[in-house]
Ligand binder design. Sequence first.
Ligand code: TTP
Ligand code: MG
Length: 354
Amino acid sequence: MSIIFHIDMDAFFAACEEHNNPELKGKPVVIGAAPKEGKGRGVVSTASYEARKYGIHSALPISKAYKLCPTAVFLPVNMKLYIDTSFRVMQIIRKYASAFQQASVDEAFIIPVNDEVEKIAKQIKQEIKEKEGLTCSIGIAPNKSIAKIASDYKKPDGLTIVTEEEAKSFLAPMSVRKLQGVGPKTESLLNTLGIKTIGDLAKYDQKYLEQQLGKWGTYLHILSQGHGSTEVYEEEGIQSISREYTFDEDTNDAIVLSEIIDELSTYLHAALIESGYSFKTVAVKIRYSNFETHTKQISLQQPSLSREVIAETAKLLLNYFTQSKKKIRLIGVKLSNLSTSSKQKSIKEYTSLK
Ligand code: TTP
Ligand code: MG
C-alpha cells in the first residue's frame, strides 16, 4: 500500500509577508493587484486567514476585496520573496522524502522515508516553523488525490491522516468541487445529474457519466472510488514554467484578457529570473466556455529573459483565439525550451492550476 504526503503552505504569500514584517501579524493582509481605493483592476493572489474572515479570497476582484475590508493591509506580489522562501521550504521537505515532487510554489507530494507517518509529519511542521516561521497543512493518504484533499481538510496548521479503509467514507460527504479540476461549471453539470457529493458520484453509473463528460467523467469516477495516482517523481531540471488563470466569469473582453496576460507574464518572469533560465518558446493555452481547449506556440530566434517579450508574444498568440469572440474560461501561458542563463536552482515547475 502506498503512503503519500501532500504538504501545502498556509496562506503562503501572505504568510511570507508576515514573517518578513511581524507588524502585519494578526492583521488582515491581502496580496494582489493595487486596490486604488476600490477602483483597482486585477485580483487577489491570496489573503491571510484574518482577511478571509471578511470573505476575501484568492481570485476575488481586488475592488471587491477593498469593499469588504478597506482597512486591510494591501500588498503587491513580491515573487522573489516567495520563491526564495519556497526553495528553502522544499529543501526541508526533501529531507523527509524517499520520493519528492513539487506541485506548485507552495505544495509538494512526498513518499516518506519510513512509515512513522505522524512523527514525520510533525517533524516537517516543526522544522518549517522553526527555520522559516511558517505553518503548513499536511494530508497523508493512499494516493495523491486524497492526500491533496486531506491537506485542505483542516487548514491552517492541519494534519489529516486517511487510511485506505477510511478513504471512501472520508470522501463520500464532500462536495464534488473538492476533486481536482472540478470547478463551478462541472459542478453545476454534475448537479443537474443529481450528483452533489463525491459519494453521489461514486454511486453513479460510470458508463452514463462517460457519455456526459467523456474520458474525464471516467477519471472523476475513479477518484470518487478512493483510487488515484501514487506516482511521486521529480523531473530533472525545469522542463517548463507555466501559469494558468481561470476566470470567475467567462470573458472575451480584450482589456481583461490583456491584463491577465500581463499578470501571468510578471509571475513567469519572476520565476525565470529566480531559477536562472531563459526561454525560447512561448505557448498560450485557451479553454473556451464549452471546455474546448487549444494551444498555440511560437519559438523565438534567440533565448530571452524579457517580461515584455513574454507578454507581447502571448498577446500575439492570444489574437488567434479571440477572433471568434467565443468566451474564454481559462488562459495559460507556458515558457519552454529553457536554457540555463546564469545561476541554476533545482526549483521545479511553477505550474499552477489555480
Ligand atoms: P494556495 O495554496 O492555493 O493558497 P494559500 O497558500 O494562499 O492558502 P491556503 O492556506 O488555503 O493553502 O496557493 C499558494 C499561493 O499561490 C498563494 O499564497 C498565492 C498564489 N495564488 C495566486 O496567485 N492566485 C490564486 O488564484 C491562488 C489560488 C493562489
Ligand atoms: Mg497553500
